[in-house]
Design a protein around this ligand. Sequence first.
Ligand code: CAA
Length: 259
Amino acid sequence: MSALVRLEVEAGIGTIRIDRPPMNALNAEIQHAFVEVCREAAERADIAAVVVYGGEKVFAAGADVKEMATMSYTDMVEHSALLQDFTRALARIPKPTVAAVTGYALGGGCEVALACDWRVCADDARLGQPEILLGIIPGAGGTQRLARLVGPARAKDIVFSGRFVDAQEALAIGLVDRVVPAADVYTAAREMVARYVGGPRFAIRAAKEAIDRGLEVDLETGLEIERQLFAGLFATKDQESGMRSFVERGPGKATFEGA
Ligand code: CAA
């Protein structure tokens, strides 16, 4: 594990903390370590949900441009898979995830935020995909996840221009889900996912998989993914206890084992 990315666990929530001042530029060491911490967060039974956080000042200003500037085409042929793998590892965590965005979420930093289920940002935050200003395009999933989130026309505006999007616009176009004062970002992100601690974790996992996989395929295939995952939940204890609780005591009173 790298000192530049830590996994901290408290009260059932895992925080993936990016820690490379001043701008949390995402170098290759961070990208490798990120894959590892995402795997750990996915597997650990004491983690029900995940917050990605870059600290009070900045989320992440993108891939490390100084490192990338030295790379050749053949270097990038080999490295570009890792660029996508590290955001994919986050997107594939089968638990609710939220990005707590302070300061800047640019380039690869914005792409990390896009790989989460939700984004909470500070009222003075700036998000964007400024790669075009470097003569390249987003390479950690941005062209795909941004377009799916805010639609192709808005994604093209943001990616073609490289302009920064402020918090209010980000909220208006659905790029972020909540805007709060800068000092409250981490707490607000934790609050957003705290409700899932102690939840029916296999049902939450199935819901995330059905929605995310379904968005990648046609409707009929998506419905089939849903059908199979739905039926599979009838092999869980949580389905049994959840329905028994409803029948015996009414709605919303079930407690879950996560099994
Ligand atoms: N990579 C490497 N170093 C970076 C960096 C980055 N992405 N972003 C900032 N830094 C460095 C600066 O070079 C500077 O270093 P020095 O002190 O050694 O000069 C230090 O961080 C502070 O930055 P600034 O002086 O520029 O601070 P600022 O407050 O004036 O501006 C900023 C902050 C708006 C974030 C600006 O630094 C900036 O625009 N950064 C680059 C953003 C960017 O282009 N991101 C995309 C990267 S490419 C990518 O991510 C590809 C992909 O899809 C994976």
